[in-house]
Design a protein around this ligand. Structure first.
Ligand code: TYD
Length: 212
């Protein structure tokens, strides 16, 4: 059996990734597609690290290593086994977040972050990345309960947005850039169309015919 599709959601804070991921998950489930909806920091380790990562002042490399440690554990324990069993994985943030936040944002050399990401993911890469793009001021105004990253300067968030757009240009096959200011219905339709164009989705519940 070919491995199931792996879809990630990326974007600046408050862009609506989580809502889109949830709605796509519901849409896929309604078609009988087995799915794992997850996020990073994620898994048991990620949930333990979350308060530290989001609320403690950390050195940039310490922050990097913690996100990477979480990714490696999450990938090996949850993402890869699910994909191997034919379960579609929808992940809210993944390696691109580290490249963009710790690389473009914090200034850690991009090539180093790419290499460490390759180690952390053990080569498990998304087939499709939905990038929700929006002007940073607008997206930030939507974010509630600001964490340490959301309280960063506008210049930091601008580097994040530019970094994502640069990565999307670098890998146009994998990325689909969506305008996060579009209505949620429009975003959902565009994401559904991209999924239908790329992957086989079952059209009958309980008879999944999945794979790339
Ligand atoms: P979260 O509350 O999940 O925010 P969001 O809804 O925006 O995803 O917080 C995760 C924060 O961690 C977010 O501000 C981005 C940051 N982050 C990194 O800096 N590097 C990473 O590798 C990941 C996964 C997240």
């Amino acid at each position: 059996m070919p491995r199931a599709p792996f879809i990630t959601f990326e974007g600046v804070e408050g862009a609506g990734k989580t809502t889109l991921a949830q709605r796509l998950a519901e849409w896929l489930e309604a078609q009988g597609v087995p799915i794992l909806l997850t996020r990073e920091p994620g898994g048991a380790l990620g949930e333990m690290l979350r308060p530290i990562l989001l609320h403690h002042a950390l050195d940039a490399y310490t922050e990097l290593f913690l996100f990477l440690a979480d990714r490696r554990q999450h990938t090996l324990q949850h993402i890869r086994p699910a994909l191997a069993q034919g379960v579609w994985v929808l992940c809210d943030r993944y390696a691109d977040s580290t490249l963009v936040y710790q690389g473009y944002g914090r200034g850690i050399p991009l090539e180093l972050v790419r290499q460490l990401n390759a180690l952390a993911t053990d080569g498990v890469q998304p087939d499709l990345t939905l990038l929700l793009d929006a002007p940073v001021e607008i997206a930030l105004a939507r974010a509630n309960e600001p964490n340490r990253f959301e309280r960063e300067t506008i210049a930091f968030h601008q580097r994040i947005r530019d970094g994502y757009l640069q990565e999307a240009t670098r890998e146009p096959q994998r990325f689909l850039t969506l305008n996060a200011l579009d209505p949620p219905e429009t975003l959902l339709r565009q994401a559904q169309a991209a999924i239908q164009a790329r992957f086989r989705t079952p059209n009958r519940p309980n008879q999944p015919e999945i794979g790339l």
